[in-house]
Design a protein around this ligand. Structure first.
Ligand code: FES
Length: 108
């Protein structure tokens, strides 16, 4: 990896209907990526719990933390770290909105 980040369009801003808590899941190169509208904007994260593949987009969202619906592991959506078991986190993506489109940052 070069460490460079390139931004890839993943969809229209219309995907998220403007309400806080709205979430959609996309597939990108075999990875489930969730886009979530928060009070501060949009966050993007890998929507697969590393514990037992729980669907993180269905988890309880509290600010910038999601709690997995299956066994309660908690993940920081800003940095991807696991708050309950620090050794294993999730991938998160930088997000930009340009001209009504959503882009996520992919490290190359
Ligand atoms: S599958 Fe997410 S905590 Fe177990």
């Amino acid at each position: 990896m070069s460490g460079e980040v390139r931004y890839e369009r993943v969809g229209s801003l219309d995907l998220l209907d403007g309400k806080e808590g709205c979430v959609v899941v996309l597939r990108r190169d075999g990875t489930r990526v969730a886009l979530l509208r928060t009070g501060d904007g949009i966050v993007a994260f890998e929507a697969l719990c590393p514990h037992a593949q729980g669907p993180l987009e269905r988890g309880e969202i509290d600010g910038a933390v999601v709690t997995c619906v299956l066994h309660g592991w908690r993940f920081d959506l800003a940095r991807g770290g696991c708050e309950t078991h620090g050794y294993q986190g999730i991938r998160t993506y930088a997000v930009e909105v340009r001209e009504q489109s959503i882009y996520i940052g992919i490290e190359g």
